[in-house]
Design a protein. Sequence first.
Length: 170
Amino acid sequence: MKKSISSLLFVLLVAGCAASGSARYSASATTPRLVYVSAGVQVIEDYDEPIFYSSNMYWRYDGGVWYQSRYHTSGWVRVTNPPAPILRIERPAMYVHYRGDARATAAGQARADDKREMKEEKREMKEEKREMKEEQQDAKREEKREDKQEKQEAKEAHKPGNDGHKPGKK
């Protein structure tokens, strides 16, 4: 009997250790909405502190010191030499809850808009050039037609019997 209790206890212990289970883990990282500040610099829109994005890093100015991180929420490291676009920000504190220009709310939006405008201007200039060329060609054709007509009229005027009188009447 003592042996059967020991065996039962052993079976229960092994069964408890052999239990299976599963765990699920999910995480989501959100990218903050950035708005254009200046060339090469964006700031997190309507955020409680001014967190900038430039040169593939986030930048925070606190107490006269610049910090950088790959994440906008943590991992800040003090930096003594931030990139030039960050150093050009005159008053970082004014970007707390910054909304920015409505048409430049995505990263690089201003550059994309400029590129589109330049492409459109180039297309318009090309179209104007084509129209001017057509007008010049039309003017040349008209000039040639008029010259031909003048020559024909001059030729007709110099034909014998073309002195302004009808033949057979005097």
